[in-house]
Design a protein around this ligand. Structure first.
Ligand code: ATP
Ligand code: MG
Length: 341
């Protein structure tokens, strides 16, 4: 079975609809066809200023949401990145293979550091894509018989980082011998890029969107309906798919089509002549039908923190075994002296 690896940052009190439609929904589906490793990447979350107590809470809330969405420790491996110290170790080795210019071309750093200015941003934010490469390559399938298929389900916004990961895998292999399987981007057809409800040109983002622009998985029904009703559209009245001239409506249609499992043509036909109001009302119900059960299960999981931590320890155990094996190979290939017994 092919292997997949994917991660998500615990940078908010809730995941949002973009995370769900762009990534997490696929994570759940992939458990059955793949050997799946999923991690809550807390090391990435400290690349920007953070509050320790908040990070701890958000890491658990993130894990609980993933389980509530349907991740299952019996069908996949869910773990917390910092529980497996090899992530940071491999990142160091890979950072020594990455050109400064190469790292400087990563557009996400430019976006994320724009607010504070590149020189005020941390070096960790700058080298973030290298840690991400380590997260992935640590779970590269082993050499040996059988197919070595390695995929990374990511959103469109992560394409450039995955390209760097592939380059680093190939560079390592070239310098030190065949070690890593360069991972392929797996961008499922059903994955949609969701934009900010108030700023349809920007992606919906945990850290960059305003509260009014973001639909949280854990949002209560009242505020959820309100936000959808107030989503930016345009001065027209037509529910029509048109990225260029109707970015707001188009974004809402993308959400509707993904959750309602229907086509754009179908949506256009259904709301022909009825304006935006009814369309938005129905959309809100679709979103709530999906998120309400997830919110309730998340709350249950969070009520028993010990049990949640036990589940995460199970994941760390299994992920750690794979990571340690691969890191031992890396240490040897790079030329580090073994520790002896
Ligand atoms: P942050 O603002 O902290 O970077 P984020 O909202 O971008 O948060 P990430 O943790 O960086 O979320 O990404 C988690 C996953 O969700 C990634 O696979 C990413 O591609 C996907 N994703 C994030 N935002 C969107 C979006 N608006 N539409 C579709 N997919 C998204
Ligand atoms: Mg992001």
């Amino acid at each position: 079975t092919p292997r997949v690896l994917s991660g998500i940052q615990p940078t908010a009190d809730s995941f949002h609809l973009g995370n769900y439609l762009g990534a997490l929904r696929q994570w759940v589906a992939l458990q059955d066809s793949h050997e799946a490793f999923y991690c809550v990447v807390d090391l990435h979350a400290i690349t920007v200023e953070h509050d320790p107590a908040l990070l701890r809470r958000r890491t658990r809330v993130s894990a609980a949401q993933l389980l509530a969405m349907g991740l299952d420790q019996d069908r996949s491996t869910l773990f917390v990145q910092s529980h497996v110290p090899e992530h940071a170790e491999l990142a160091w080795v890979l950072s020594c293979l990455t050109g400064f210019g190469e790292a400087s071309r990563m557009t996400q750093f430019k976006d994320k550091s724009a607010k504070q200015g590149a020189s005020a941003a941390s070096v960790g934010l700058f080298t973030y894509p290298i840690l991400q490469a380590a997260d992935i390559l640590l779970y590269s399938p082993e050499a040996g018989p059988g197919e070595r298929v390695f995929q990374v389900p990511v959103g469109e916004d992560q394409r450039q980082h995955l390209e760097l990961t592939r380059d680093l895998a190939q560079r390592f292999n070239h310098r030190f011998g065949e070690t890593f399987v360069p991972p392929a981007a797996y961008i499922p057809e059903t994955a949609a890029k969701i934009t900010d409800l108030q700023e349809p040109a920007a992606k919906m983002s945990k850290s960059a969107s305003s509260p009014q622009g973001i639909l949280d998985v854990l949002e209560e029904p009242g505020p959820m309906r309100k936000k959808i009703m107030r989503a930016v559209t345009d001065t027209g009245t037509e529910v029509r798919y048109d990225e260029e001239n109707k970015a707001g409506v188009t974004n809402l249609m993308r959400i509707y089509a993904a959750l309602g499992e229907t086509s754009y043509a179908d949506i256009e036909a259904r709301y022909a002549g009825s304006g935006y109001g009814q369309f938005k009302k129905d959309l809100a119900e679709l979103v709530l039908d999906t998120f309400t059960p997830i919110r309730e299960r998340t709350q249950k999981l969070l009520a028993d923190e010990e049990q949640l931590d036990r589940l995460l320890a199970q994941g760390a155990e299994r992920a750690g075994a794979v990571a340690r094996r691969n890191m031992e190979i890396v240490r040897d290939r790079v030329g580090f002296v073994g520790r002896g017994r």
